[in-house]
Design a protein around this ligand. Sequence first.
Ligand SMILES: Cc1cc2nc3c(=O)[nH]c(=O)nc-3n(C[C@H](O)[C@H](O)[C@H](O)COP(=O)(O)OP(=O)(O)OC[C@H]3O[C@@H](n4cnc5c(N)ncnc54)[C@H](O)[C@@H]3O)c2cc1C
Length: 263
Amino acid sequence: MREFVYERPTTLDAAVAAFAGGGEAALIAGGHTLLPAMKSRLRQPDTLVDLAGVPGLSEITRNGDMLWIGAMTTHATVAADPTVTAAILGLAALALLIGDPQVRNRGTIGGVLANNDPSADYPAALLALGGTVETNLGSHDVDGYFQGMFATALSDGEIITRVGFKIPKASAYAKFRHPASRYAVVGVYVAQTADGVRVAVTGAGPGVVRWPEAEEALTASFTPEAAKGLVLGGDLNTDIHASAEYRGHLAGTMLARAVAAAA
Ligand SMILES: Cc1cc2nc3c(=O)[nH]c(=O)nc-3n(C[C@H](O)[C@H](O)[C@H](O)COP(=O)(O)OP(=O)(O)OC[C@H]3O[C@@H](n4cnc5c(N)ncnc54)[C@H](O)[C@@H]3O)c2cc1C
């Protein structure tokens, strides 16, 4: 690992200033993605700006039909927090499926959503539930936020402060986990809202996507039977874990499981 300057600002403004302080900078939250990337020299920042000392980034609040989760909230906290479990049980259950206890105790929701790994879990929840990514510069509606593999609407150095999820009538997530990493080979989040059903799929292709055919079928009938026979199409991954065809069928199976589990 190359030498770098470590900064631990205690305000959001100081974090912004430290990031702009010269050379290549990187924000660090839980470090579960960034540190392996630095060890393997895929990332070689001159300055590391740790968000752990910035107050107010781990709050969880419910306001009307929105659930707000601070960017530095760990997956373990999302899984266990009573405000989250009361508002969106499917989101808490998803957090419990991320990685292992070490990852859940360090990894953060902001880190996942900034990184946008094509197999990560939270992107499916946010895209299906609908909502907002708030930052130091303003906010991004979720429908324009995810922009393909490891790409988002964030600009360089823009800091996620909190994430807003629309509270659905019912929702759930089902994923077929990679047995070693626990990332999604395919994961499907389904949300029943007042305006119809939204479905988002992660792991299957180069980035999280909505699944319009599934949304139409489930808006007509929100039952596992309505998911029967649905196969995800489009640009899907073939790799050593599963072929594109297999992933397409797996998405249908995960969809039916998510609908059956929706609460
Ligand atoms: C063994 C293992 C298994 C895993 N399994 C899963 C899994 O099953 N499902 C899953 O979804 N994920 C999984 N992960 C990833 C894990 O959830 C990480 O926590 C996550 O990808 C990154 O979060 P972090 O807080 O560690 O971010 P970091 O590694 O600190 O940062 C990641 C990126 O986000 C940026 N960033 C961080 N916070 C912010 C912010 N507030 N604003 C703007 N940019 C920010 C950083 O600059 C960096 O580019 C796994 C990781 C490991 C190591």
